[in-house]
Write a protein that binds this ligand. Structure first.
Ligand code: AMP
Ligand code: GLY
Length: 422
């Protein structure tokens, strides 16, 4: 069995490491992969959004199964193109990936089907948006409609900040086409929970919950990033909250997509906020989260490939998906300056005994040496019986790994630990 995984991040590394434990799989290709992934898969230099080349490669190499991981190829329709050539895939088709590809689509879906989310208004005209802001309560949240590398959400604490956000998106074209239309929405408060789920369009199986740490600096200060670390499970996701999410959010979402003629198959990611009025959807993603995957998959006890195939074949209800009752923590080691300006090209030293705990993201290999090559460089993960031990163990590992200008948050999991103890 030959598999290909599209993407090049720590998330893809975590997926590949997990897939490797299936004995049926003889070969895994990563398109394009990275210098660290190269230890676990054959990297092929085809960009993650190059649909034509990916399809050509899959056909020539007689690939048996493709895992399409990042948002942009999914939204562009890579799964449709591969399926047309008879290659089964894990990931939604284009008409379902829109649940992440257009915030306006997802907000209107939730409104139509009564799925709890922040109140909102949609604009395709800057003057109208600015007029609306004159009386809108602050803080308020301004979101670009389309994909914006995770940067298209601006939380505005004053009216002036909100106006600047609207102008940057709609007048200055900060996010190109993605920002031509926007959503302005109610500011919600409460702890955030990420729930990735497997769904074949009929059954939804939530994975273990997790908590991301999106801000660059300790104490949730600084700019928004792709995520600086994660823990799983998330202590705010109690059994009662989980039951409410299943009834009011997860099942209704899958059903809504079916009713719209857009059945979703793959990993549907629910970004939730646990407000005083109950859980509400902050965002949907049509894919595994990064770095959520780096804590969720190490806790998956069932075989990932078996579950993925069951999703593709519509047999999820017959398939066991078991998670360990342990705890996981992933600390992201980034290049100092991320998410803004940073230098790269520095040698990364990972002691051999820690290689199994490290998911490589922004790194390339040159003459046998691993060099930093991006903002988020590594995800260092530990699985332990308790959350406290998982956090401690990840930080012990981080101290043994080095590269110039390495930066990491020192408080990954601290809030979760406090919630657990409190
Ligand atoms: P996103 O890029 O959609 O993941 O949003 C980035 C972050 O913005 C989320 O993780 C939340 O912390 C925050 N956010 C998004 N929407 C809202 C909202 N309506 N109220 C408060 N915070 C929000
Ligand atoms: N960690 C958030 C995301 O993958 O979008």
């Amino acid at each position: 069995m030959k598999i290909m995984v599209i993407g090049s991040g720590g998330r893809e590394h975590a997926i590949i490491k997990k897939l490797k434990s299936n004995k049926e799989i003889e070969k895994i290709y990563a398109l394009p992969g990275n210098g660290g992934i190269a230890k676990d898969a054959v990297c092929v230099s085809v960009g993650a959004t190059d649909i034509e080349k990916a399809v050509e490669f899959a056909v020539n190499e007689k690939i048996d199964y493709a895992v399409v991981t990042p948002d942009d190829p999914l939204v562009l329709g890579m799964v449709d193109a591969l399926e047309e050539k008879g290659i089964p895939c894990f990931g939604p088709r284009k008409n379902a990936a829109i649940i992440e590809g257009s915030k306006i689509f997802s907000k209107e879906l939730m409104k139509k089907y009564g799925i709890p989310t922040a109140q909102f208004a949609v604009f395709d005209d800057a003057a109208r948006a600015l007029e609306y802001l004159k009386t809108a309560p602050v803080p308020t949240v301004v979101k670009a409609d389309g994909l914006a590398l995770g940067k298209g959400v601006i939380i505005a604490f004053t009216r002036q900040e909100a106006e600047e956000a609207v102008k940057s998106m709609m007048c200055d074209g900060k996010f190109g086409k993605s920002g031509e239309k926007i959503v302005i929405e109610e500011y919600l408060e409460g702890p955030e929970v990420s729930v990735l789920s497997f769904t074949d369009g009929k059954t939804v199986v939530p994975m273990i919950s997790s908590m991301d740490h999106k801000r660059a600096h300790d104490g949730d200060e600084g700019l928004n990033t792709g995520g600086m670390g994660t823990v799983a499970p998330n202590p705010y996701y109690t059994e009662a909250v989980a039951a409410e999410c299943m009834e009011k959010i997860f099942l209704p979402t899958v059903e809504a997509m079916n009713r719209e003629g857009r059945p979703f198959k793959g990993c549907l990611y629910f970004g939730l906020m646990i407000t005083k009025d109950g859980p509400k959807v902050i965002e949907y993603n049509c894919r595994f989260g990064d770095p959520e995957t780096q804590v969720v998959l190490p806790l998956l006890e069932s075989d990932l490939f078996t579950v993925m195939k069951a999703v593709t074949d519509g047999r999820l209800s017959e398939t066991q998906v078991l998670f360990s009752d342990k705890n996981a923590c992933c600390v992201i080691m980034a290049s100092d300056g991320y998410p803004q300006k940073y230098e790269k090209g520095f040698e990364i030293n990972i002691p051999e005994e820690l290689e199994g705990s490290v998911f490589v993201a922004g790194a390339k290999e040159k003459d046998g040496v691993l060099l930093t090559d991006g903002g988020r460089v590594l995800g260092v993960t530990s699985v332990e019986d308790t959350l406290a031990k998982a956090i401690e163990s990840s930080y012990e590992k981080v101290k043994k790994i080095s590269f110039k200008n390495a930066y990491y948050r020192k408080d990954i999991g601290a809030r979760a630990l406090k919630a657990k103890e409190g």
